[in-house]
Design a binder for this molecule. Sequence first.
Ligand SMILES: [Zn+2]
Length: 500
Amino acid sequence: MAAPRLSGRPDVVLLIVDCARAAGPGDGQPSAPSLVADSPSDFVQFPRAVTAATWSLPSHASIFTGLYPWNHGCHNLSALRLPPQVPTLATRLRAAGYATASFSSNSVLCPGTGLLQGFDYAAWGRWSENILRVGTTDPPHLRMRQNDLPPPPEKGPNFLAAGLASSLRHFPALGAGLSRLADRLGAGPGGRLPPVSSWIEPSVAGWLSSLPPDVPAFTAVNLMDLHEPYVPGDRHPGQGGPPPFFSWVPQDGRSYADRKERMAAEWVSELRALYSRQSAEAAHRVSALWHTLQRLRAGRPILFAVLSDHGQSLGEDGWYFHSHGQPRDELIRVPLAIHFPTRSMAEDARRHQQDWVSLVDLVPTIASVVGVDGFGPLDGTSLLGTPETTAERGVFSVGDGPIRRSSGRAARGAAGSELRAATCVSFVADTRVTVTGHEDGSIVLDRARVGSGSLPSYTSDGPLELATRQAASAVRSMLAAPAEPWSDEVSRRLTTWGYG
Ligand SMILES: [Zn+2]
């Protein structure tokens, strides 16, 4: 393993582009633009990166802890909150002298979920900001220093705005009109719609400017530009092909997950065009944030990771968005690109570019770069390690639907009882193994080949057998999690997160 030789601890940035896919939608469609294509730097790309879960909350918990969902406990079949005793990247970096901040347009990064543990400073958005685009420099929610301010009440304007956004997912054309009106009434410049949560960039810049130059910074950012609902609007300068100015595509993920709503054929290409335009917008923002870091923290070494927490279904096999919770490839394969503080670290990491890697590898990688510890046993492994450490292990992803009733995760039986199921996908070599467990004890195993490589041998002690056994064990442990009835509080939160 390469020992870090740095003149001071590097800044660390996790830039999470919510819902970004590893590959573009559909056959014959151009690939989604690389999120770091506009950033003139030597990013190491990991084309076989896999997220640990299919929606924001368990996935962010895995990104921040280096643990799979069945080990950190923040998932759909257990509590929807990261337990406070689990060490996170922010808590460990803060203990090592880092200034820590989270700027998230996704409101699951709020005090109620435990994901803000260790952040000195946190700002988060409203779910309605995807639709109501207002050019503003101030975040709607702010918490400075640990526990200085209580979390804001979930009722009031935020709750109402979330409810409005939830309804507007059925009427995107109306949403676009309201968005223009809101922008005109607000501080926005008019014309082109402001990006989702336009307060992110000025807030990041303001915070970084306030830091003494010798204090290392850990900055986590979440951008929701690629999360539905997509508001039709003006064409991004870098994007070819006209996006629809008005869209009639209803974008309520839950309705499609339950298969209540059907997507008309002509809407699919429109939906993909909207997603594609948003990809260009996100790449533009990634580049701008990269340049802001370079300007405000000039001369400091930096680890800058660009990734997504999960992808998005855009009509593959009739699936849409990600509320369905199916561990499909367009959901669980994610972009991952990392700029390392030194050239030799980048060279070490490049040796893993053909391996399956997991977002749980981020914590051990950052820990080895920065030289912090205190995490306890981790599920991931450092991407600076020898190739043997990742070449033949399994990486796992859980199909964790955001709503317990969602199709495929748990369904209502004929007698009204709730059936529980859990699915875990593992990748090893060129094989994809899906293990689906049911509460009645049955387990369904499915093996499929990925890409054109040859199937690895399946021996009783081979890596494939090991990964399969681990996946089965994960499924059993998730099914064994106490099925706490969800409180009104959790149901209310799901609504404010747009999943209700
Ligand atoms: Zn997400």
